[in-house]
Write a new protein. Sequence first.
Length: 186
Amino acid sequence: MGDLKLHWYVLSKFAVQTILGLVQALLITGIFTLTVGAADKGILFSGPFVETFITVWLTIEAAMALGFVISSLAKSGDKAMTLAPFVLIIQLLFSGILFELKGAGEKISYVTISKWSVESLGSIARLNDLTMKIQQQIPTAEHKFQEIFKSTGAHLTQNWLIMGGMTIVCMILCTVLLRSLSKDGR
């Protein structure tokens, strides 16, 4: 920790990771936009590039903060690496992208980063407005509107605020865990 107070130590790590996250988000969004293309209009901005960039960046930030929590919980790097796949599986299962979440699964999804990221990206892509392939083959097939993919500014902003809040909560939790670790004397 180089004689830094704990909160400055955590903030320094967060600052460096934030810069790296910005670069990653820019690269991911830029490459995706160049290869796949983008819609004509965005929800909050004139185009979807900025909205997608912000969503990807907030996802990276929240995931990084969650990684700090996992690192704070583990006694060694090996144990942290053992926990990481479990956390990733939970993020995938409760993202809402594999299957519709109902009951307890839906409630659990509220504390996963992936749920809010998928909702944001689905809203930006206007998934509710897309024609499904089965509708082209069977015109009577209905496309069910999914509330989680509402393409409104309020919905997108809410998802961003939730991901930002998760980042703050994880950083506070990381600091608390590191404080107890320093008292533990490991």
